[in-house]
Design a protein. Structure first.
Length: 407
């Protein structure tokens, strides 16, 4: 049936009937409307695309949600496409495929895959993920990753340097470069915007930290970590000083890594920077601290991941108060590791044993041919340093021990 479609006609079709009904528009060939038994009125366009042997029927929309004028305009565009030999269904499928590909290649989508597939096995996964989400995703998340230019990456690094954080800028650039490199290896990117950009030119030469706590500061730290008010940061700070581990290695350590019977703490490869297991012989002072902590299935320190910045801030307040209100020169958690390594030399530990004690791998051919673990020698090193710390923080009664500056 052919009739001139009008709003009045369409309204009359919107009722229940015994059979469905189709009406073709007299004004536009190939455009029509179908009224179902339930009274649903739907627009459609139908034509055989040029070069095809079959007609194509496409639903346009429902009345009255779509007005007649809009439906007729949409039908005219579809019919012209089919007249030109284009199947609108194939075109739409291709558009959806391209849109899905574009969505999958946004910086946010690639970054999420990088975090879930690559970072999850890395020792510093939490810190890197936090940096990506704070510095990179808000800036480029919705952008196609291939659209991010070298100029934009340099501008980001320059902004962070201008905030007075050159080392943070260096980290942002480093992890952005790794993410872009991963995207290239997984087919999401052809060229990295970080290529041929020397980070030294952006952030300056990297400053090598040399901070070592002297004996007076060690004694002050030990005093500041005693008592119930120091229960959050105290055990962590003391163990970090005694064992010389990285903050994440200690702060994220579960109880299953501690073997009291053997007096050992074994850090598995996945939590070590060098991806090799590190066995730490526990000196008596460290065992005493560990046994004082509530044991369970969670983390050694506090049962949950420790908040390093909050713990350090609380410790600094306590140390400043005990120091007559005068803060000591700025220091970081990692400086305790340097204090430990320097202390091993002070107590006469051979350099190659001291390096093993901090988890550094042997250099050159030694790492290939010398498979001896030096566990006994390492235990002597840890015990010697712990005994030295005990002498500093708690000299025998009646004995005066001069506090010397560490070198």
């Amino acid at each position: 049936m052919k009739r001139t479609l009008s709003d009045r006609l369409l309204q009359s079709l919107a009722r229940s009937r015994t059979t469905s009904q189709e009406i073709w528009d007299q004004q536009l060939r190939g455009f029509g409307v179908r009224a179902s038994k339930l009274g649903t009125v739907s627009f459609f366009a139908m034509r055989r695309p040029r070069g095809s042997s079959k007609s194509v029927r496409i639903k346009i929309g429902d009345f009255p949600t779509m007005p007649l004028s809009d439906a007729r305009q949409r039908a005219r565009a579809l019919l012209m496409e089919m007249q030109d030999g284009i199947d609108p269904r194939i075109r739409k499928a291709e558009e959806m495929r391209i849109a899905a590909a574009d969505k999958a290649n946004t910086f946010a989508a690639v970054a999420e895959r990088y975090i879930s597939r690559h970072l999850k096995t890395k020792r510093a996964a939490r810190e890197i993920e936090r940096l990506i989400r704070r510095e990179l995703l808000p800036r480029w998340g919705a952008r196609p990753i291939a659209s991010i230019t070298r100029t934009e990456l340099i501008a980001l690094v320059d902004e962070i340097v201008d905030r007075g954080c050159p080392e943070m800028a260096r980290l942002v650039f480093t992890y952005a470069r790794r993410l872009f490199g991963w995207a290239i290896s997984h087919g999401n990117l052809e060229h990295s915007p970080a290529d041929h950009v020397p980070v030294k030119d952006l952030c300056g030469a990297r400053k090598v930290r040399q901070r070592v706590l002297d004996d007076c500061e060690v004694q002050l730290l030990w005093r500041a970590t005693e008592g119930p008010e120091a229960s959050y940061y105290g055990p962590f700070a003391r163990l970090a000083l005694l064992l010389g581990t990285r903050r994440s290695e200690l702060g994220r350590s579960p109880w299953r890594e501690i073997n009291f019977a053997a007096g050992l703490w074994t850090i598995p490869p996945g939590r070590m920077k060098m991806e090799l297991a590190h066995v730490v012989p526990l000196p008596p002072a460290a065992v005493e601290i560990l046994r004082s902590l509530p044991q369970g299935n969670g983390y050694v320190i506090g049962g949950a991941p420790i908040h390093f910045a909050r713990a350090k801030a609380q410790l600094d307040i306590r140390m400043t108060a005990l120091n007559g209100g005068k803060p000591i020169p700025p220091w970081r958690w990692h400086d305790l590791r340097r204090t430990f390594r320097t202390g091993l030399s002070r107590v006469g530990i051979a350099p190659h044993i001291a390096e093993l004690a901090v988890g550094h791998t042997p250099q050159g051919m030694r790492k290939v041919y010398d498979r001896y673990q030096f566990l006994g020698e390492k235990r002597h090193a840890f015990n010697a340093w712990a005994a030295h710390v005990v002498r500093i923080v708690g000299p025998p009664e009646g004995v005066v021990v001069p506090l010397r500056t560490g070198t």
